[in-house]
Design a protein around this ligand. Sequence first.
Ligand SMILES: Cc1cc2nc3c(=O)[nH]c(=O)nc-3n(C[C@H](O)[C@H](O)[C@H](O)COP(=O)(O)OP(=O)(O)OC[C@H]3O[C@@H](n4cnc5c(N)ncnc54)[C@H](O)[C@@H]3O)c2cc1C
Length: 379
Amino acid sequence: MTYQLSKSQKEIQKAVKEFAKGEFDNDLAYELDKNQEFPKKIWKKAAELGFIGMHFPEKYSGGDLDMLDNVLLAEEFCRKDSTIGSALMLSGFASECLLRFGSNELKEVYLPKVAEGKMLSGAAFAEPNTGYNLNPISTTALKDGDKWIIDGEKSFVLNAGVAGFYCVLCRTNIDKGANLILVEGKSKGIDVVDSGEKLGLRMTATTDLIFHDVQVPIGNLIGKEGNGFKQVQTFMDESCILIASLALGTAQGAFDRALDYVKQREQFGKKIVLFQVTQHKLADMATKIEQARSLTYNAALAFDAGKLDTKLACMAKMVASRAAVEVASEAIQLLGGYGYMTEYEIERFYRDAKNMEILGRNPGHLKDLISRSVVGRIK
Ligand SMILES: Cc1cc2nc3c(=O)[nH]c(=O)nc-3n(C[C@H](O)[C@H](O)[C@H](O)COP(=O)(O)OP(=O)(O)OC[C@H]3O[C@@H](n4cnc5c(N)ncnc54)[C@H](O)[C@@H]3O)c2cc1C
């Protein structure tokens, strides 16, 4: 599959670029990153302009746009600033679980708040002892009249402590598998446990949550009872495309900065871009970025054509997140000592890139899923 951006997609790209240029400030980013603070003002402005939940239907305050449009948005945001861009694009993390599987009542209440920049959301799937296949889940949701009573512990929840709601993966009983249940962030009985400082994505909170007898209306079940694992896998496939686009923008942003630098810096009497070794490094970096872009756009195009292709989405995430780590690392090297300093930003891109390899699905898990599709059934 090849891609050719439409006129409206080019216009989206241009509008996002202008917004990011005007709002994403290097000094502010430095402060927010240092203090692990969410870029609240920028998020509000982005929502006002329709950049949050752009892929939601208009009736939920979205822009009714495609996955590829959202990918272009994420790419441009992270190209300008990987940490601010990621914080904005992950502000409604897991709201797609609601969008794809939730009841109309739940969607009407929560999705407009996400798109309008009034509410963050989070995915509470992982637990301290679950494997990457999210098994065994020990958080329980027991039916009690018209309520669910939730008990358990979730780890590494994005936007935890500040989210308006979480999509929580719970076990009701062994026969019925797992359920996804919407739990409001302000519900009584939720403890937010500080999980300490992290390397990258420092403008997005990541903490553990403990649920003690948290009572939730029975109607907060997302989708059909017993379908929780299936829904989470579908969401993870979709979020592989989103994370790939964050990584793609991060790689491109690190490359842009390195290219600018080597065109200006002189050593041994000439600009360092004129050394063949520098040019070969740039060629390798550009190739990795283009591979990441092709896979990410193609995974998005398949989604927009009605096929959420697990293999393609996993390949996009694996290639783009690796490209982000390698390109950002090489970009630091091209700047030498300056690359290591916060002022030149690339060290922050590098720290963020590493998280993109872990968040959602790690490379081992991605390879398991890709190889399952490539090998097929063995007789
Ligand atoms: C910043 C951040 C944000 C996150 N946000 C969320 C979130 O919002 N919601 C959420 O639910 N989770 C979230 N996570 C959790 C994330 O999805 C998990 O950390 C990730 O899936 C890996 O799981 P783990 O940390 O338990 O590692 P483990 O599963 O313990 O794996 C550790 C290592 O062992 C390897 N390994 C594990 N199993 C196997 C195997 N069977 N075969 C071979 N190798 C194996 C892995 O490749 C990995 O290198 C977040 C994590 C981070 C760091």
